[in-house]
Design a protein around this ligand. Structure first.
Ligand code: 5AD
Length: 345
């Protein structure tokens, strides 16, 4: 088993059976070895630095009805909100003072936040914070819309493909959505010149090891600059309310595989991982992640952005918890970096 790990580290690729063997591996020694190799590669590229991104959840209104997601259109139980441009700029200002140099605007596909509105919001952030990176995570748009946001000053875009297998994609999403459109969007983003992030939920209902191997193969071909990997966590007001959550171990295996495959990728230790276990964030870092994304959203709205149940939004998760986060990182030998942390720098 360790030879697969060594080979992946040396060649940055494996045949499908190698990935499969790692994904089903439950041997503690081998997994410790895998995570150690991934950690070494991460440290060789980034040193002990962990980049921070300030996450601003700009709207929980969404036109989509994804089966896993708590802010799906069909959920009548949640209180909806959308932030005004002024509030978003306030979040950025507070974040800037705390040391953040990347702002991530994430939200549902909210038709009320039109492309004109998004463009003007990006322009306002760009003007007030010229030294900051602007990341968007606003779902599927047309190529023209992505282009407009880019030319106004957005630098990065996060759009997880969720699962590469079209049949599995169909099991997670309503009929109007398709894997084809999702991949098309990702290709546009890359062509336009965004630093592009994609990724998956681990352990989503119906996911098999074969599906994960397809996801790995896709990411290997696509070569995203950022990779978001987190466990699926059920939400009580979705069709997947009674499904089991994804596993910590499998999520960590995937983080390590991606680190060894794409040594200079930006890989967050996600909120979902921190939600699954108290030490989830640290374990993600120790498996090769090098980014954390604390929450800069206004406190009142934070509980409403419930993609899944018990989503961590306080303590080290929140931007004001930066001091706690610094301590947590120091305790495992890392330090928070306030650099912009662009890909390739
Ligand atoms: N569990 C874990 N992650 C989820 N996401 C959405 N719903 C859930 C859930 N129930 C993730 C998706 C999406 C990202 C913003 O949040 O992967 O791309």
């Amino acid at each position: 088993m360790k030879t697969w790990v060594d080979r992946l580290r040396q060649e940055q690729t494996l045949p499908p059976e190698g990935y499969k063997a790692l994904l089903v591996c439950r041997d503690a020694d081998t997994l410790a070895y895998l995570h150690r190799q991934a950690r070494e590669v991460s440290q060789a590229h980034f040193g002990p630095k962990i980049y921070i991104r300030g996450l601003i959840e700009i709207s929980n209104c969404c036109r989509n009805n994804c089966c896993y997601c708590g802010i799906r259109k069909g959920n009548a139980q949640i209180e909806r909100y959308r932030l005004s441009r002024e509030t978003i700029l306030d979040c950025c200002r507070q974040g800037y003072e705390l040391g953040f140099r990347t702002f991530v605007m994430q939200g549902g596909e909210d038709p009320a936040q039109s492309s004109d509105w998004i463009e003007e919001t990006v322009a306002a952030i760009r003007k007030q914070f010229p030294d900051c990176a602007i990341t968007l995570s606003l779902g599927e748009k047309s190529k023209e819309e992505y282009q407009r946001f880019f030319h106004t000053g957005a630098n990065r875009y996060l759009l997880r493909h969720e699962t590469y297998n079209p049949t599995h994609y169909g099991q997670l999403h309503p009929a109007e959505m398709s894997q084809h459109t999702r991949i098309q969007c990702l290709q546009w983003l890359q062509e336009i010149g965004y630093q592009t992030g994609t990724g998956i939920m681990v352990g989503s209902p119906g996911q098999t090891t074969e599906h994960l191997v397809e996801d790995i193969a896709f990411i290997e071909r696509f070569r995203p600059q950022m990779i978001g990997i987190g466990p699926f966590i059920p939400h009580r007001d979705t069709p997947f309310a009674t499904s089991t959550a994804g596993s910590m171990e499998q999520t960590l295996i995937l983080l390590s595989i991606f680190r060894l495959m794409l040594p200079n990728a930006l890989i967050p230790s996600t909120t979902a991982l921190a939600t699954l276990a108290a030490d989830g964030r640290e374990r993600g870092i120790l498996a090769g992640a090098n980014v954390v994304m604390p929450n800069l959203s206004p406190r009142e709205e934070r509980q409403k952005y419930t993609l899944y149940n018990n989503k961590a939004s306080l303590g080290a998760e929140a931007a004001e918890g930066l001091a706690i986060l610094k301590k947590q990182m120091q305790a495992i030998g890392y330090e928070i970096s306030t650099e912009r942390g662009d890909f390739g720098n």
